[in-house]
Design a protein around this ligand. Structure first.
Ligand code: UD1
Length: 362
């Protein structure tokens, strides 16, 4: 009996890699399906290589589209694959469209689903990811949570405790594994980008980058702040496609570059004076690394990064952004406490639970 993993978008790859490895170490037969939600080499291929993920056994090549088109296309192409492969369980990761699409297909076919990174909630249903989280968790048979707030959210939604396992953060497994390699790359990267002291920026949420009235004022403040501290801004294709000209018009200290590979980005996160982002995963990685993180969102599905970590929610309060940015420059870092089970071993705990459940023959 096999475990089938479904991945599709950039943030899935660093979550699936350590779980795949932990199961391989236990001798479990596995199948990897890539939906093709992300398809650019810089958004997908480089992560497979760096994270040593094997080539996908099946590529669904769905590409981009509206949410309905993309989700439907993944479902239609995934159904015959899962029927042919007959896995004992399908593992889905995070909160992207590939996650919910695969969970829906499996639940209708009576195939068990395990959700890795279950239970996170922003309570903001205007975020497509929040809908994906709610549906995926309702449909899953095993829910692997990264932190105790996830367990509480699931309990509140009526999900039985018996299905929920607090295992820790699989993305931190990958970080712990690759940090030494990333660190060794840093001097070369610093020279290549001619950097001394710098901050790091990422922005890709539709709520931030789709509308002119939102994105342009944000860019203006970043342009202003980059005169105080050079900012490296690896630009997601969604943001690049919409705002190439406006990014080019910024002062040269705001360095809009192509998306970076995992190691390069990790090295920059570790050594940045401050990170400004709207990503979910980066809030967690910066907390683990102790780097100040200023999140340009009104809410977060990862509140533990605020209560125990370095994350500050800025929303669209530009005075607050300026204030917190300057605090970070002055070295006034928010203290980060270690978070239980963010220790590099979450994937091993998942593998152990799957094996104990005895639906895998090894
Ligand atoms: C998706 C996830 C988001 C995650 C993000 C990480 C959903 C609902 N959203 O958002 O949670 O944080 O990935 O990157 O699943 N594009 C390319 N090349 C690619 C992929 C995308 O050019 O390889 C462009 C296309 O114009 C596409 C747009 O980016 O339409 C958006 O891609 P999509 O996968 O729909 O959503 P993301 O914004 O990447």
């Amino acid at each position: 009996m096999t475990v089938l993993h479904v991945v599709g978008a950039r943030p899935n790859f660093m979550k699936a890699a350590p779980v795949y490895r932990a199961l391989a170490n236990e001798g479990v037969a596995q199948v990897l399906v890539h939906t093709g939600q992300h398809y650019d080499a810089l958004m997908s291929d480089v992560f497979f290589k760096t994270l040593q993920i094997p080539e996908p056994d099946e590529s669904l090549n769905v590409g981009s589209g509206s949410h309905a088109q993309q989700t439907a296309s993944i479902m239609a192409r995934f159904e015959p694959v899962v029927l042919a492969r007959k896995p004992a369980i399908v593992l889905v990761y995070g909160d992207v469209n590939s996650t919910v699409a695969a969970a829906l297909v499996c639940s209708k076919l009576g195939i068990r689903v395990g959700h890795v990174e279950a239970g996170l909630r922003s309570s903001d249903r205007t975020m497509p990811e929040e809908i994906n989280r709610l549906i995926t968790d309702q449909l899953s048979d095993l829910l692997f949570t990264p932190s105790a707030d996830g367990d509480e959210n699931l309990r509140r939604e009526g999900i039985s405790d018996k299905k929920v396992f607090l295992v820790g953060n699989v993305m931190i497994d990958t970080l712990v594994q690759f940090l030494p390699q990333a660190d060794s790359l840093f001097p070369g990267l610093k020279a290549k980008l001619s950097l001394d002291s710098f901050g790091l920026v990422t922005l890709h949420r539709p709520s931030n980058v789709d509308e002119e009235a939102v994105f342009l004022p944000m860019l203006k403040v970043l342009d202003e702040l980059s005169r105080e501290l050079p900012l490296v801004f690896p630009v997601h294709p969604r943001t690049r496609d919409r705002w190439a000209a406006q990014l080019k018009a910024c002062n040269p200290n705001l360095r809009a570059i192509d998306p970076l590979g995992y190691l390069e980005f990790l090295a920059l996160q570790k050594h940045a004076k401050v990170v400004v982002t709207d990503s979910g995963g980066i809030q967690e990685e910066t907390t683990f690394l102790g780097t100040p993180c200023l999140t340009l969102r009104e809410n977060t599905e990862r509140p533990i990064t605020m209560t125990r970590g370095t994350n500050v929610l800025i929303g669209r309060d530009w005075d607050m952004l300026r204030h917190e940015f300057r605090k970070a420059l002055d070295g006034q870092r928010k203290h980060a406490d270690p978070i239980p089970l963010w220790d590099g071993h979450a994937s091993e705990r998942i593998a152990k639970i799957l094996l104990q459940r005895k639906f895998l023959d090894v």
